[in-house]
Design a protein around this ligand. Structure first.
Ligand code: NAG
Ligand code: NAG
Ligand code: ZN
Length: 982
């Protein structure tokens, strides 16, 4: 809707004039439609995966065409040329990651042409995230980030006309409610996608329900979000794919024996007539495109031109079909103008299945180590962003490294990256990208710490192999070193810190020289046995640390005598393997008591929070022959590993551990910390054997006596919880006849829980996994998977990850809590979830670290339920600052706090509020509101949503009261702080 003023630039190029005159983009630039007719909105698009069968760069440059023909860079070139030829032509551009790569290499002339196309609505950015993100395995923080970086690129280069208004999630494998909510909060008008459970889809076809209004939040108001399901995937109607990659007939209209205009137009009108029956209004949308189409766009556009010409020619003889070039936005605008009402939707579209025997629930867990690595990427990204702001970093390299990490994290959200559905080679390439990007982020964080501690040569090294208790730094400097902790959360936190060390005595002191209790715990022998692990450190030093933002602890080797008075105690850890009799082994802290059955070696009961419950944990597997990257296809019943587990117990004053050997390739540490409110389960799974020629899905089970009657809860992208019920879906009866287990799996990206009237059992996790509750009182989580089935329609190889010449070994953590429902434990679960998602980041140095020199903003004044969702450099003189009230309506209330002192400490001159993505003034947000079925008569004019609250906008000179921020439950508010350029 934005108008772009003339600059009077006139360019003569290739013989045609391009003048930048008064132009319009947005809905004002939409093609005219014809009342009384079926208006067919033909939407040219190209679906460009940031990696899948080929790597990102292979897709971009068009290499290795034998695997899949592609060449994203040629698409842009070709589409721009074709669009320039005829002002009616349209194209929607989706994945900003590829587009930005192309843009940086373009001449000023090309850029000028593209800007003109954008300013006239002929090329319309749609979606616009760095990638088209997955919706099942992603965390909301990373989705917001990946849209922020994508939309920022568009905003910087195209201004208002570059702003997408439509979510284009056409290839994601199921759809989350949180994604719809985030789109609404970004001010988007609606979204389209193309995958839905086939039973659901069939029913919606019958009920005219393919388009709906998603009530995308139980807690937030006005999160209505228009959502449209495409009728026939996202490809062109069969027979009408004109792309060079298709074999469909072109339109032959000349004086030729082969002239096929009549039959082609008949066919197309038949298709449109059928489609029009499936949708409510007199407008229908026909996507024209597919994966990496439009590389030679002349073929596409010439044939579409002809199709338009001959379809519309029939209007003279009474045809009611009007075919136009359009965009997803223009189609949605037409629906909005039509005042049509739509049915509502309140749950989500997970899991996806395209046939009764194929639920896409395997990818919730596929590539468990890559899924964890992605979380590490987010972790260092948040740390590096915050530290960059706090230290006011300004070098080009630092900005570049941070941008690179942002972009790689954008790529990782792609629906073939975090999902693990890509080919192995591509997965390796993602690892490479992530590794480089993380190193850059760690460098940036180090630079910031150097500034903040006034130690220009401070080492502040990061260790990336702490998950296997390995760190080169502590190995080489094992006698004397410093660990500096950075806390990315808003509030001061106390956490147990573990550092790989040799088996010696250490003294840990805090910044004030006070001795901090610590102890040494042996690393499980199963971890020591990993051949690829350097074996010099075989223990971990454990201590309890507290950090507001930055805290350093000195670790020094001491003689035994010296230490024993002070430290309560290093080598006290006791290995107890003696009591494997009929009885039980009790391991307890002052909060939690675990009982291990000596006969089986398995956990039997857990006592905590005033409850004493049966919690039997076991491991099991589904052996299957036809599971693939995407799909978990169950053949046989769950097979529990029911041999007795060997176990040993290590008890210190700070931590107690039960080390279990489950079988030859599964082991686990069950761990409780003094003062902790969770039981940690650190599992180690792999190499999964496949010598019986069967693939395997490895799960762990927690069986309680809680009678949840089939009801359980899973998170949506780490935010609101969704109620699940075994064998149940919101809008339809799922066909579970062939896959009753797989069809009951849901994505768990942070939390799964079940409860009855009095008791609740919750598992938190450290990466995306699939989870379910198939029996009363039971939670099940899929940890790892390995298969031999080569899925022809997907990656065309089995998901059979190898590392170091063997099947992949994965390690990770689950966190269990038991609580009384009346204690309303869910708010505490959310706090724990934040600590698991963004724990302290550890930096290692030799030299002791001085006090932080400048006063840092203190977020402790914020109410307890405020999450510091983002603090990052936004431009040279701007900071993006995002706060979230992470409690929902049942857990929390409206909170208020003042950000004046933060603003001042950050050097703020002015502050403004934006939509969730940071790229549009909230006061400019005006998104389409659609009318619900059964909500009374429609208004006579189209309606819109605007911000429910007055956007914050203030100058430094204004009084403190103007810097007050109110957050309703679950509300996120995004601000841009403009600061003085130093
Ligand atoms: C959506 O549908 C549910 C169930 O039919 C109904 O209770 C709810 O009020 C509807 N929401 C809106 C906004 O119409
Ligand atoms: C590391 O050392 C331990 C014993 O000290 C041994 O059990 C283990 O196998 C070693 N690991 C490797 C990879 O050699
Ligand atoms: Zn795709």
């Amino acid at each position: 809707m934005a108008k772009v003023k003339a600059f009077g630039i006139l360019l003569v190029l290739c013989g045609f004039y391009i003048s930048q005159s008064e132009s319009v983009c947005g809905y004002e630039s939409c093609p005219a439609t014809k009342p009384g007719m079926i208006n067919i909105h033909m939407v040219p698009h190209s679906h460009d995966d940031l990696g899948w069968l080929k790597t990102v760069d292979q897709y971009y440059y068009g290499s290795r065409q034998g695997i899949q023909h592609s060449g994203a860079k040629y698409i842009f070139e070709s589409v721009v040329t074709e669009l320039s030829k005829d002002s009616r032509r349209r194209f929607i551009q989706v994945e900003t990651g590829f587009f930005a790569k192309w843009w940086q290499d373009q001449s000023e002339i090309t850029k000028h042409i593209v800007k003109k196309l954008v300013n006239e609505g002929r090329m319309e950015f749609t979606g616009g995230g760095w990638s088209m993100n997955d919706e099942a395995a992603v965390n909301y923080q990373s989705v917001i980030d990946q849209f922020t970086v994508g939309l920022k690129f568009l905003n910087e280069n195209f201004g208002e006309c570059g702003r997408p208004r439509i979510g284009w999630q056409i290839d994601a494998f199921g759809h989350s409610r949180e994604q719809a909510s985030m789109f609404a909060q970004m001010g988007f008008d609606g979204q389209f996608f193309a995958r839905m459970d086939m039973t659901d889809k069939n029913k919606r076809v019958d009920n005219l329900g393919l388009e709906m209004i998603w009530d995308a939040s139980e807690t937030l108001k006005e999160m209505d979000f228009f959502t449209g399901m495409l009728y026939q995937h996202y490809s062109a109607p069969s027979g009408f794919c004109f792309d060079t990659r298709c074999g469909d007939e072109p339109i032959i209209d000349g004086d030729s024996y082969d002239n096929n205009v009549k039959s082609r137009v008949d066919e197309f009108i038949n298709y449109a007539a059928n489609l029009a029956q499936k949708y409510r209004s007199t407008h229908i949308m026909v996507p024209m495109g597919d994966d990496f189409h439009y590389e030679n766009a002349i073929v596409n556009y010439e044939n579409m031109d002809k199709l338009i010409k001959y379809v519309n020619e029939r209007q003279a003889s009474g045809s009611k079909y009007n075919l136009i070039y359009s965009t997803a936005g223009c189609y949605l605008n037409s629906l909005h103008q039509s005042l049509q009402s739509f049915p509502n939707k309140t749950q989500d579209f997970l899991p996806h299945s395209h046939e009764a025997k194929s639920f896409w629930t395997g990818f919730f867990t596929s590539r468990p180590t890559a899924k964890r690595f992605e979380r590490d990427g987010n972790h260092i990204l948040q740390v590096a962003k915050q530290l960059s702001v706090l230290a006011n970093l300004s070098s080009e390299k630092q900005a570049k490294d941070l941008d690179y990490l942002r972009q790689i994290m954008g790529i990782m959200q792609h629906h073939d990256a975090i999902t693990g559905t890509e080919k192995q080679e591509v997965s390796n390439d993602y690892d490479r990208l992530m590794y480089d990007a993380i190193l850059g982020g760690a460098d940036t964080a180090r630079d910031a710490l150097r500034v903040l501690t006034n130690q220009p040569n401070g080492e502040f090294q990061s260790c990336l192999r702490l998950n296997i208790s390995e760190c080169a730094f502590t190995k080489d400097n094992a006698d004397n070193f410093v660990v500096t902790l950075y806390n990315p959360l808003a509030h001061t936190a106390t956490q147990y810190v573990r550092v790989p060390v040799k088996n010696q005595n250490y003294e840990v002191t805090d910044a004030k020289g006070r001795v901090v209790p610590s102890e040494i715990v042996p690393v499980p022998w199963q971890v020591l046995a990993l051949e690829f692990r350097s074996n010099e450190t075989q223990h971990e030093l454990v201590f309890k640390a507290t950090a507001n933002k930055i805290a350093s602890y000195n670790i020094k080797k001491v003689d035994k005598e010296e230490s024993s008075d002070v430290i309560p105690q290093n080598n006290k850890s006791r290995q107890d393997t003696s009591t494997h009799d009929d009885g039980e082994t009790v391991v307890q802290t002052s909060q939690i008591k675990l009982v291990i059955d000596n006969q089986t070696g398995r956990l039997k009961t857990v006592e905590m929070n005033g409850l004493s419950e049966k919690v039997e944990q076991s491991f099991g597997m589904y052996k299957t022959a036809r599971s693939c990257h995407y799909i978990f296809r169950q053949d046989e019943d769950l097979q529990i590993v029911d041999d007795a587990y060997e176990f040993s117990v290590y008890e210190g004053d700070l931590v107690k551990e039960v080390h279990q050997q489950v079988n030859e390739w599964i082991s686990q540490v069950i761990r409780i910390y003094e003062g902790g409110d969770h039981v940690e389960f650190e599992w180690l799974v792999g190499p999964i054997p496949v010598d019986d020629n069967l693939g395997k899905e490895i799960v762990t089970i927690f069986q309680s006596d809680i009678s949840n009657n089939g009801v359980f809860y899973t998170d949506s992208n780490g935010r609101e919880m969704l109620r699940r019920e075994k064998d149940w879906r919101e809008d339809f009866t799922p066909d579970l006849s062939e896959q009753p287990v797989s069809g009951n799996y849901y994505p768990v990206t942070s939390r799964i829980a079940l409860q009855d009237n009095s008791r609740r059992m919750t598992l938190l996790n450290d990466r995306s996994q699939g989870g379910t509750s198939l029996q009363n009182g039971r939670l099940e989580m899929m940890l790892h998977r390995r298969h031999l089935f080569r899925d022809g329609s997907g990656a065309d190889e089995a998901i059979n990850e190898q590392q170091y010449g063997k099947g992949l070994i994965a390690r990770g953590k689950l966190y269990l809590s038991l609580s009384a429902v009346e204690d309303e434990p869910t708010a505490l679960e959310r706090i724990a979830e934040k600590k698991i998602h963004l724990p302290f980041w550890k930096f290692f140095s030799k030299e002791s670290v001085k006090e932080v020199k400048q006063s840092l903003p203190d977020f402790n004044d914020f109410p307890e339920s405020v999450h510091l969702l983002t603090l990052e450099p936004f431009s040279k003189d701007e900071i993006l600052f995002r706060v979230e009230n992470f409690l929902d309506q049942t857990e929390g209330s409206v909170i208020s706090f003042n950000i004046r002192s933060i603003f001042d400490l950050l050097g703020g001159q002015s502050i403004r509020e934006t939509t969730l993505d940071g790229n549009m003034a909230l006061s400019d947000m005006k998104r389409l509101k659609f009318h619900h079925d059964g909500a009374g008569p429609s208004h006579s004019t189209p309606e819109y949503f605007t911000s429910l609250h007055k956007p914050l906008e203030a100058e430094k000179s204004q009084e403190d009261g103007d810097f007050s921020v109110t957050l309703k439950p679950m509300q996120i508010r995004t601000f841009i702080i403009k600061k003085e350029l130093s």
